[in-house]
Design a protein around this ligand. Structure first.
Ligand SMILES: [Zn+2]
Length: 376
């Protein structure tokens, strides 16, 4: 299977991946049987695009529920720091890194129900904003934010006009032709326009690997290669401004693609880490029994672990909008203060975040099971 980024080299599969259950990007569980590998030339981590992959993506998107587990459709909050949404954080980064004039135009590709447009409109009320989606299921929400006619549907290539800023937030990881997509974005930018890309960073969040409809899994070298191959030059790159995510701002120009580092089998270690999370949780639930075993979190990782274990007793979430009853499994979702005493709770989150939650909650009368550390 040839790489979907460099189009030259072959993708080497990680065999252990096939035994792991998966989830859709809307957190719905999927059985094991997927494929994951890394390009032997450019190092891009990806799912081979075959008929099964495409059929699974179609099934996921045809019944997609945005942030299905949050009662108000709001995006996940970033709890590491100030509790703001990731759109608000991204607008802050754009504003501080490139400066934004009083007026201008922005197109948000894959705008969903308009979270980024709302955040941008609050910061830059005189800008002209538009969103692009595959269909018009969020038309009312988007037009309530940006005005009538602001939701465009269909292909990017058919969008009329050019924009000062084109945002692609959590888009590239779903594509099977990322370079071609960014070439189209370039055609929609004014001369000094910028593209802003945000996506998950698998090295900081290995749970990204088990999202079945993510065809590509990015780190900084892969992202730099994709933007360079599309004829962009980065003006800002960070894996830190939004926790566990990559942000890049780029203009048309000549960018450099770094050589991949194959000295450490990072992908093999990340898949091994997922196996360790599964095995430790399975062992712990075997000791205390299902009723006394819960999972901290209700997102992709928690639903993946549920599918892996078959069933659990309950969930724990700090976010009040997610407490009550889990819509996927019907199990109760407690706040940290109402966890049954003596229960065991797996903190099913990326390595650093799991450790932070453990430090914050360790004094509660609960047997905490944080995820193991991961050095890659
Ligand atoms: Zn490649």
């Amino acid at each position: 299977m040839r790489c979907i980024v460099c189009k030259k080299s072959l993708v080497r599969l990680i065999e252990a991946y096939a035994s792991l259950p998966r989830v859709g990007s809307d957190s719905r569980p999927l059985p094991s049987g997927g494929r994951l590998g890394q390009c032997e030339g450019c190092g891009a981590v990806q799912k081979p695009v075959d008929d099964k992959f495409q059929a699974e993506c179609e099934a996921i998107y045809s019944s997609y529920v945005m942030y299905a587990q949050s009662s108000d459709g709001a995006e996940p909050k970033i709890f590491d720091d100030a509790p703001c949404g990731r759109s608000t954080r991204l607008v802050e980064v754009i504003s501080s890194e490139i400066g934004l004039g009083a007026t201008g135009s922005l197109l948000d590709v894959g705008c969903g129900n308009g979270n980024l447009l709302r955040a941008f409109g609050s910061a830059c009320p005189a800008w002209s904003l538009a969103g692009l989606e595959l269909d018009d299921r969020h038309r009312v929400a988007v037009e309530a934010i940006c005005g009538g006619g602001s939701l465009l549907t269909g292909e990017l290539a058919k969008v009329e006009g050019r924009f000062d800023v084109v945002v692609a937030m959590h888009v590239l990881e779903h594509l099977t032709e990322p370079v071609e997509f960014l070439c189209q974005v370039k055609e929609k930018l004014v001369a000094e326009g910028v593209v802003v890309i945000q996506l998950p960073l698998w090295r900081k969040n290995p749970f990204d690997l088990i999202v079945a409809d993510h065809s590509l899994h990015f780190d900084i070298p892969t992202l730099l290669r994709v933007v360079a191959d599309a004829g962009f030059k980065p003006v800002f790159v960070s894996g830190k401004v939004v926790p566990r995510e990559l942000v890049i701002i780029a203009r048309a120009g000549h960018g450099e693609a770094p050589k991949p580092d194959f000295s450490v089998d990072s992908l093999g270690k990340a898949v091994g880490w997922l196996e360790a999370v599964r095995d430790e949780a399975s062992r712990a639930m075997g000791v205390v029994g299902k009723e006394n075993f819960g999972i901290y979190g209700t997102g992709n990782a928690a639903m993946w672990l549920t599918e892996t274990l078959g069933t659990v007793g309950f969930y724990v979430d700090d976010d009040p909008s997610r407490q009550g009853k889990n819509v996927m499994t019907g199990c109760p979702v407690y706040g940290p203060d109402t966890i049954p005493a003596g229960a065991t709770v797996a903190i099913c989150l990326p390595p650093e975040l799991s450790g932070q939650v453990f430090e914050r909650l360790r004094t509660l009368p609960v047997n905490w099971l944080p995820t193991p550390p991961l050095e890659i």
